[in-house]
Design a binder for this molecule. Sequence first.
Ligand code: BDR
Ligand code: CA
Length: 307
Amino acid sequence: MRNIILDTDIGVDDAFALAYAARTQRLLGITTVFGNVTVEQAVKNARLFCQKMQIDAPIFRGCSRPLAQAPTSPAALVHGSDGLGGVFANPFNGEADNAVDFIIRSVNAHPGEITLVAIGPLTNIASAINQAPEIIARVKEIVIMGGAFGTQGHAGNVTPFSEFNIWKDPHAADQVLSSALPIVLMPLDVTHQVLIGGEAIRALQQPVLEAISRSYLDYSLKKERFEGMALHDTLTISWLVNPAWFGCVRSPLRVITEGIASGQTQRQLTNLASRHNAFADCTEQRICLEVDAEAVKHHFLTTLRGA
Ligand code: BDR
Ligand code: CA
């Protein structure tokens, strides 16, 4: 069990990840960021979901827009009008203390002890390392859901090149992925291999999880002819539970920040002896490209089952 801060733009799979994290890790705080929803809605969603699932963790408000590019709209088509399937009235407000300050303060107070889990755009994390670069050496590990490398055809989910979290703020992602933070990346290459159907969700007998996932399941049935969802964000927590479920390669990372491939993640594929090697100053990071999907699903489903 690790001490974690969960950084999230809380939509449906983020909520699943939060529920899984609350049962398997020590959750020090939830930091919110724009992405699937506005940051204000993310604070409201975190409060509502924590109340309904009896999760006790402080909630912070992070960045409301990307570092450099113009903001794009929330992902209402996939995650519903409010990011949580549009099924519950939400009485909470969107005010909260500053997320970036919380990350910096916590990591500095407990060097080497805190794992960051980032399941939305990387804007809060980039802001934290820009404001307080000393935390880079003090983070125990950062597990990130994001990116796509095209193995077995698993490429972008927003554009042919790019995965949502990275595409929403490619400049922040490039700063984080090219930094010396100890990164584990969960790209679509693995998250698209771990799918659960509506029947498995209903069998959890978790009314809140079932309700928030209904519109997500409808969307994937219409769009992909599959009544189910990729567990995307939950795989970051699976890594904390058992890293042996994953097969990784090590490589420096960069992100394309402009043009038709904006948001595309790149890893070094050759040992190029050139002055023009964009990976030259980057740290080797772990990129998960293989997963024991059955083991990941089984643990997730048995952990979440019942009250
Ligand atoms: C990522 O995009 C978001 O919509 C999901 O919550 C997940 O973090 C998958 O590409
Ligand atoms: Ca997410």
